[in-house]
Design a protein around this ligand. Structure first.
Ligand code: F6R
Length: 609
């Protein structure tokens, strides 16, 4: 959903801005641009296309000396991707330039008001109105101009501005979109996300909604919406930049698939205590927090929602708490039946997904206890929820999630075990035995990664197919939904996931000779039922890939290929069964020539509704 970056210091700004933009490219990649403070004013260079196109365009302009600038990588919302709709947007006199992440909801009203005053618009974007508005308020003090500008804005935004007249100064603010300031030595940066500042520093502060920041090479000043100074806590990133690099792999996605054992291990390691029991005390999810809960609502989007569905299975079956799972975009407008007797668990890799944040706020406003399962340190969901449980997956760069999903599952298992124990549904002995299984999962995930070669061969056989089905029952159905989403987003293959027993109520009419069906069967108690469903699609000509941990006899009228998985407790099996589906999507995507890490039309952090 667009990435913004800004630098001010003594070294040349262009390489720092470009490096920052490359790390933010996951947020949007249809156009890009920079604006630089140069000797006699500002110089804006922008283009449709990826950062590489921008880099080439900048190189084509010869030597540009500048130590302060802003940059942007775009995921279009208002106005098609084009050179003129790319950011930064400049004021009419070219003395002010601005980048924006978010959506300005009242831009039409601002646009007509500014047009009446003689402003000529050059783009179709909502953002350009903000550049002109800021310029109209700017009389030398950037902070004052930003405060005045924000009073007139409706919508969501992270903004960064440079002015020709205030050398070495970046002015920034945010409302409902992420913004951090990287604190270096004699140089500072602003950015939408942590990897973008790692070229200069690991220290950063998080800007809160409504705050305005003035950043110069030696100083960072933060003001609240009334202009009063605010003191911020400096935080330090606890991972290295290598975590955000490909490290010899062809794509981030395959690297991140391979990192799943570590993501799972790091997420559970410190949450099993010396008695071998689940321990979420550091996160405050302890005591009898689950004891008197009436319902748990799990709210998230996309893959995070599918991790939530797997969590629902574990929570309901182990802890016997009713769980209502809903996608955040529906929950927020559903007038949800949730109050102080309930708990709301939101799940989000980025912690910045607009719908998930809105759902969190809705649940909180209605009095529910809120728990955020989040990967990005100090992100909005992490800061706003009553309790935050971090998934320690490290930076996830590929747009499609893999390792963060795995780490989310790990947290859901821990929550289910803790809830079951607190509610007296599970003895300490049973909980300790499941915790032992949790500790063993990373090596089972490692073992499952060995199916890569087999899946690559299957991908070779099926990559030309344009439709596929995933089927499963219980926990397998939850993993099937995630597998199916992966195939759609990475390989652009139309794919649907169905509960095995539901097929015969309609969708089975779509099965014809050669239709690939990926059937998951990892819950022993449901093997037989699932096998009947599989046989019914096989009988209609489907080519079945069976993913199972079962030792049952496999006959030719059941499937065409078998992918064998290690055994684990049934409610944890999504952590293994999703892996063949991830590989299948990856290799089919590769064979179809897809852009694996940056699938079309997508962006990693969806900060608009
Ligand atoms: C799919 C994918 C998305 C995200 C969804 C939520 O591979 O990555 O479906 O899961 O956009 O994003 P977060 O987890 O950042 O809230």
């Amino acid at each position: 959903m667009c990435g913004i970056v800004g630098f001010t210091g003594k070294r040349q700004a262009v390489p720092v801005l470009l490096e920052g933009l490359y790390t933010l490219e996951y947020r949007g990649y249809d156009s890009a641009g920079v604006c630089l403070q140069v000797k006699d004013g500002l110089k804006t260079i922008k283009t449709k296309g990826r950062i590489k196109v921008l880099e080439d365009k900048i190189a084509g302009q010869g030597e540009i000396s500048s130590t302060c600038g802003i940059g942007h990588t775009r995921w279009a919302t208002h106005g098609a991707p084009s050179d003129r709709n790319s950011h930064p947007h400049d004021s009419m006199d070219g003395r002010v330039s601005l980048v924006h992440n978010g959506i300005i909801e009242n831009y039409l009203e601002l646009r007509s008001r500014l047009t009446e005053k003689g402003v000529e618009f050059k783009s179709d974007t909502d953002t350009e109105a903000v550049a002109h508005l800021f310029a109209s308020h700017f009389h030398g003090d950037g902070v004052a101009a930003m405060l005045d500008t924000c009073r007139e804005l409706k919508g969501s935004y992270a903004l960064a501005v440079i002015c020709a007249d205030n050398k070495g100064e970046l002015i920034c603010t945010r409302h409902d979109n992420p913004l951090i300031v990287g604190i270096g030595e004699g140089e500072n940066m602003i950015a939408s996300d942590i990897p973008a500042i790692m070229g200069i520093t690991k220290n950063f502060i998080v800007i809160d909604d409504g705050e305005v920041v003035r950043v110069t090479p030696d100083r960072v000043e933060v003001f609240d919406r009334n202009g009063a100074p605010v003191t911020k806590e400096v935080q330090t990133v606890n991972w290295d930049i290598e975590g955000a690099q490909k490290g010899g792999y062809d794509h981030f996605m395959i690297k991140e698939i391979m990192e799943q054992p570590k993501a799972f291990k790091d997420t559970v390691a410190l949450r099993i205590n010396e008695k071998g029991l689940p321990d979420l005390g550091a996160e405050g999810v302890t005591g009898d927090i689950f004891k008197n809960i009436r319902n748990i609502h799990i709210v998230a989007c996309g893959s995070a929602y599918y991790a939530g569905l797997a969590g629902k299975v574990a929570l309901e079956r182990l802890a016997r708490i009713p769980v209502i799972a809903n996608v955040a975009s529906e929950f927020r407008y559903s007038d949800p039946i949730i109050d102080k007797n309930d708990m709301c668990i939101v799940i989000s890799q980025s912690g910045e997904t607009a719908d998930t944040l809105a759902a969190l706020r809705e649940a909180k406003a209605r009095g529910a206890v809120t728990v955020a399962v989040v990967n990005v340190l100090a992100s909005s969901a992490a800061r706003e929820a009553d309790h935050v449980i971090y998934t320690w997956a490290g930076p996830e760069i590929a747009v499609a999630t893999t390792k963060a999903y795995s780490a989310q599952l790990a947290v859901m298992y821990l929550l289910a075990l803790e809830a079951a124990r607190q509610r007296g549904e599970m003895s300490d002995e049973q909980a300790a035995s499941y915790c032992q299984s949790l500790k063993e999962m990373p090596s089972l995930i490692e073992k499952t990664l060995e199916v890569s070669g087999q899946i690559k061969e299957l991908a070779q056989l099926y990559y030309k197919q344009n439709d596929a089905f995933f089927i499963g029952r219980g926990i397998d159905y939850m993993a099937a939904q995630e597998g199916s989403l992966k195939l759609k987003e990475i390989a652009y293959v139309h794919s649907e996931a169905y509960a095995g027993g539901e097929l015969k109520h309609g969708p089975i009419s779509l099965i014809e000779d050669g239709t690939p069906v990926i059937a998951l069967a990892c819950d022993e108690s449901l093997y037989e039922k699932q096998i009947s469903n599989i046989k019914s699609v096989k009988a209609r000509g489907a080519r079945v890939i069976l993913i199972t941990n079962g030792d049952f006899d496999i006959d030719p009228d059941m499937c065409d290929h078998v992918v064998k998985l290690p055994k684990c407790p049934y409610f944890m099996s999504a952590s293994l069964s999703v892996i063949p589906a991830q590989f299948l999507s990856y290799y089919i995507g590769v064979f179809r020539g897809c852009d694996i890490d940056k699938p079309r039309n997508l962006a990693k952090s969806v900060t608009v509704e």
